[in-house]
Design a protein around this ligand. Structure first.
Ligand SMILES: [Mg+2]
Length: 510
């Protein structure tokens, strides 16, 4: 073994600092013994290959708008620019009403925008208080991946144009909100299918990919600790090859090419149906990037396959399902679906977490203030409610009742009335005092929450929370991801014998 390689192995096995910065930690929802994990699978897009979000969104946006203009949509769409804050993962689109919604874990709408206009709380209540949101796929769509964000931006703009400048559409051609959503979706799907987005990325991967210098050493460290690695991506071979080469080729001398980091490589996997479809694996000819006519039920190591199904891969892995950890960024396609149809353990990659954790750190004292103010406000609300009820009861007391309770039946009616009036005055003063205190606490709470919420995201607040609770997206993370972290290379801090222990209560990074 050359000295360089042996040093690499030592470094890999020895690990780096065991206590990484909080933004690079791995958080646990469900206990996981890392030592019992024998194979780790990786999704590619937004998992191994993290995109520069601004460049990626602007490209998707430009290509989508181009296709909408060709269909007769107003020319003014072409000036649309990315606003990285406005579209956020986890939002629900109400196609029928042209609204964007952020829900708490119980499905209650906490914030809503119509186009780019924030809806008032009475508008929200009138429209959504009587229904359970998100249960009707014809009306609601969920933006649960970072790929879905440009369509939110385009849709909001189109909604705005429908409302404020219908004359820009051809006469009689103003679409309904639902038709506009359909057109935006179709345009973006077409942009993905006809290669107009991927062509640009393949030509200039460095402009679109976030270069993570620790990725190669992380994969190497996992391999050195005896784990098998596989790539399982929905992207097809020619695209996967460009991205993976860009990220891994020539990074470590012990690895001839990106393929040598993985024991099995599956492209074009069609997740989520990969997890329960009975498809065969088609062998890929690396020269053409196309299937070469060979199809197998169980993929072999060292070859590249397209399609297939989890069952065949599981046979190839030859280990129990719960010894496999699958790492992906798509809450439904990678995590929920694999969790529901297999015993694979799951790790969710959430690049949004880095910003979220940095804000949490910066606003630590404000967040603590929010917690104590919330407790105080609830306590004051209860106490002032009790005082108000007491006031009503005293006010209604009849003289003989008062005489029975405090006067031993010897007071005159006038004395009873004076006593009652005194009680009413005292109770009212206490009630007013509590009410004022409650209002002051409520106002301060509102102010601090607004300040912290804007630091997370000026439109939507934290991705993971809504109002006083976990957001619907946060709840999905909690329910389905065994562990979660901001990027794959954070695994370099994990020792082979690591036991991930889940805390009890809300999301571990809270
Ligand atoms: Mg992905």
């Amino acid at each position: 073994m050359s000295e360089e390689i042996s040093e690499l192995v030592l470094e890999a096995l020895g690990g780096e600092a065991s206590d990484p910065p909080k933004t690079q930690r791995i958080f646990t929802n469900r206990d996981l013994d890392f030592e019992s994990i024998e194979a780790i699978g990786f999704d590619m897009d937004y998992t191994l290959a993290v995109y520069k979000q601004a460049a990626m969104e602007q490209l998707s946006l430009d290509v989508t708008v181009e296709k909408l203009l060709a269909q007769g949509y107003p020319e003014s769409l072409s000036s649309l620019r990315v606003d990285l804050d406005f579209a956020m993962r986890g939002l629900i689109v109400d196609k029928q009403e042209g609204n964007l919604l952020k829900l708490d874990r119980h499905g209650y709408v906490g914030r809503a925008f119509h186009g780019h206009r924030r809806m008032s709380s009475s508008e929200r209540t009138t429209m959504y208080s009587a229904q359970r949101i998100g249960q009707d796929p014809d009306r609601f769509a969920w933006a649960d991946t970072l790929f879905a964000l440009p369509e939110i931006t385009v849709f909001a703009k189109v909604v705005e144009l429908i409302d404020s400048a219908p004359e820009l559409f051809a006469p009689g051609e103003v679409p309904s909100y639902a038709e506009a959503w359909h057109d935006v979706r179709a345009a973006i799907d077409l942009a993905h299918q006809d290669d107009s987005i991927k062509r640009e990325i393949k030509a200039r991967p460095g402009d679109f990919l976030d270069d993570d210098p620790d990725l190669a050493i992380t994969l190497h460290k996992l391999r050195s600790s005896g784990k098998k690695l596989f790539l399982l991506t929905n992207s097809y071979y020619p695209y996967s090859k460009v991205l993976m080469s860009h990220l891994l080729d020539g990074r470590l001398p012990a690895y001839e090419s990106w393929e040598s980091f993985f024991d099995w490589i599956i492209v074009g996997s069609k997740k989520p149906s990969f997890f329960d479809a009975g498809r065969q694996f088609l062998e890929i000819d690396p020269d053409t990037g196309e299937p070469n006519g060979e199809a197998v039920d169980v993929p072999l190591r060292g070859k590249v396959y397209q399609g297939g199904a989890r069952e065949g891969l599981q046979d190839a892995l030859a280990m129990p399902g719960d010894s496999v950890l699958y790492v992906g960024d798509h809450i439904y396609g990678d995590i929920v679906k694999s969790k529901k149809s297999s015993s694979w353990r799951t790790a969710l990659v959430l690049s949004d977490l880095e910003h979220e954790l940095a804000v949490r750190d910066r606003y630590r004292s404000a967040l603590e203030e929010i917690e104590s103010l919330t407790r105080l406000r609830n306590q004051l609300a209860e106490e002032s409610g009790d005082q108000r009820n007491l006031l009503r009861q005293i006010d209604k007391l009849e003289p003989d009742m008062l005489n029975d309770v405090v006067g031993d039946g010897v007071l005159t009616n006038e004395e009873c009335e004076a006593l009652r009036e005194k009680g009413v005055q005292a109770s009212r003063r206490r009630y007013e005092r509590l009410k004022r205190h409650h209002e002051r606490v409520h106002d301060r709470l509102k102010e601090v929450r607004k300040e912290v919420g804007a630091a997370f995201n000026p439109y939507w607040g934290s991705v993971f929370s809504e109002r006083y609770d976990t957001s619907l997206f946060g709840a999905q993370v909690e329910n389905y991801a065994c562990i979660y972290t901001s990027r794959v290379s954070n695994f370099r801090f994990v020792s082979a014998a690591r036991k991930f222990h889940a805390p009890h209560g809300s999301l571990p990074h809270w």
